[in-house]
Design a protein around this ligand. Structure first.
Ligand SMILES: [Zn+2]
Length: 462
């Protein structure tokens, strides 16, 4: 039996009074100072050997905990050490990429990857150490609004039909009771996050409820779309109406700014002739308030669509395979319109929605090399054409498919494609794809061979 995974849930405070919020803020700020100090002392190579116990002892010796209950201080410390570790592991991804690009010998490469996994190995290896120094930038604490609590530092109860969680405060023996919306029993280590007068209580539950991710072993490839947010490798679409909302907003803003520009032009002349009138126009016709309010509302709508889509995807898959949405691939020529139409903000939101929901519900996100996944036919591997939302396998098997679904299937296939690994430059990806198709199609029609030759000379030229 597989061990049940933990998934994160969030409970929200309900009508928390101002004084309590202030008291919690004070605790969080003090935790923030602890975080800053630990990052400062242990956030880089020189602090690598930092383990909980010696760090704690050195802090205790320096008398650092006097303004925070020891239990809160301890929980914060181990949390920061965890963050530092995550920061270090993230740097290793870039080091891996560097090694792929610069070390040609396969055995040597494997050896380096292996040594990178174990911190006590690479740190004693001058090459590994140098690379880590280059890519592991000294991290910094940005967290000043969180309180981490171990069991025993808080208690849940209900009183007169309302649910509360009460936590230890800066005053010995005094607890702060936070009214919360859920009656679900909160256990284990929890994290309070303070945001605009509300407290989020992040807690974990076993991944056995219906809110968990897809079944063990379930895999789904996804590709970003425009009309809908995502398409998956089974041909299902998520986040319908996204494209409509995005283009409506763009149209509206274009018109709006055209008008504003016109007014601006008139205004320049008016300022000399009639300054009073000019002032009035600025106030009534060029204000930002209404626009800002509209922008907020629009962003809220888009967020809801994308997060709902992400939830529906994660509900189906234990492993989600997708491209790194925070990067744009130059090679994705045929998908350019989509790339251009989706703003950086929307793409970033899509990436973070998948990430957030996946980690909350216990799913794994694997980023793959997505070069040319929107340009080759998943059935025969041939390069094809995209028109609108259709993909035409023009020189291969002749299939016509929904373009994003075809791409999603190709993306899923990259999961186990060791040759087309994540760091392979897209020019090499193209070479390999052409080579593969040539091999699979040695016996195909002569006109096909001609097409292929044309494609491969094109790729050599580019
Ligand atoms: Zn085909």
């Amino acid at each position: 039996m597989k061990k049940a995974k933990k998934v994160t849930r969030i409970a929200y405070s309900d009508d928390l009074n101002h004084a309590k919020y202030e008291a919690l803020t004070e605790i969080a700020v003090r935790c923030g100072s602890v975080r800053t100090e630990v990052w400062h002392n242990y956030g880089s190579i020189s602090g690598l050997d930092a383990k909980f116990r010696p760090v704690r002892d050195s802090f205790l010796a320096a008398g650092h905990i006097k303004n925070l209950p020891q239990r809160i201080w301890r929980a914060t410390l181990s949390d920061v050490l965890g963050d530092i570790k995550a920061n270090r592991e993230a740097a290793k991804i870039n080091v891996n990429s560097y090694i792929f690009r610069n070390v040609n010998d396969k055995n040597k490469r494997q050896e380096l990857f292996k040594s990178l996994k174990n911190d006590s190995v690479w740190i004693n290896n001058s090459y590994g150490r140098r690379l880590m120094r280059k890519y592991w930038k000294h991290g910094k604490n940005h967290t000043h609004n969180q309180i981490v609590l171990e069991p025993g530092s808080y208690k849940c109860f209900s009183y007169q039909g309302k649910n509360y969680i009460e936590i230890i405060s800066l005053t010995r023996g005094k607890r702060i009771a936070i009214p919360i919306g859920t009656g679900y029993p909160i256990t284990g280590q929890i994290r309070l996050i303070l945001r605009s007068s509300q407290v989020e209580i992040h807690y974990t539950i076993d991944n056995t409820s219906e809110n968990a991710c897809g079944l063990p072993g379930s895999k789904l490839g996804i590709d970003k779309g425009y009309t809908e947010a995502f398409a998956d490798s089974h041909g299902v679409f998520y986040g319908e109406g996204l494209g409509q909302i995005l283009s409506n907003e763009t149209d509206f803003l274009n018109k709006k700014y055209q008008k504003r520009n016109k007014i601006g032009a008139i205004l320049d002349k008016l300022k000399e002739k009639n300054p009073k009138k000019a002032k009035r126009i600025i106030k009534h016709n060029l204000g930002r308030q209404k626009l800002d309010r509209r922008k907020k509302k629009h962003q809220g709508k888009v967020k809801t669509i994308i997060f709902t889509a992400a939830n529906n995807i994660i509900g189906k898959a234990e492993t989600v395979v997708c491209e790194d949405l925070t990067k744009t691939f130059k090679s994705k020529n045929l998908g350019k319109t989509t790339n251009r139409r989706l703003s950086c903000w929307v793409k970033g939101l899509m990436a973070s929605a998948i990430d957030t929901v996946a980690s909350r519900r216990g799913s794994r996100v694997v980023l793959v090399n997505a070069a040319y996944t929107s340009q080759i036919c998943y059935q025969c591997g041939c390069f094809g054409k995209r028109t609108g939302d259709k993909f035409h396998c023009t020189s291969g098997c002749g299939a016509v498919m929904q373009a994003d679904v075809n791409a999603a299937i190709n993306i899923l296939a990259r999961l186990h494609d060791d040759e087309l690994h994540r760091w392979l430059p897209f020019t090499k990806v193209k070479q390999i794809l052409l080579e593969r198709y040539r091999r699979s199609d040695e016996t195909a029609h002569p006109e096909l061979q001609l097409q292929l030759q044309k494609l491969s000379t094109e790729s050599e030229l580019s």
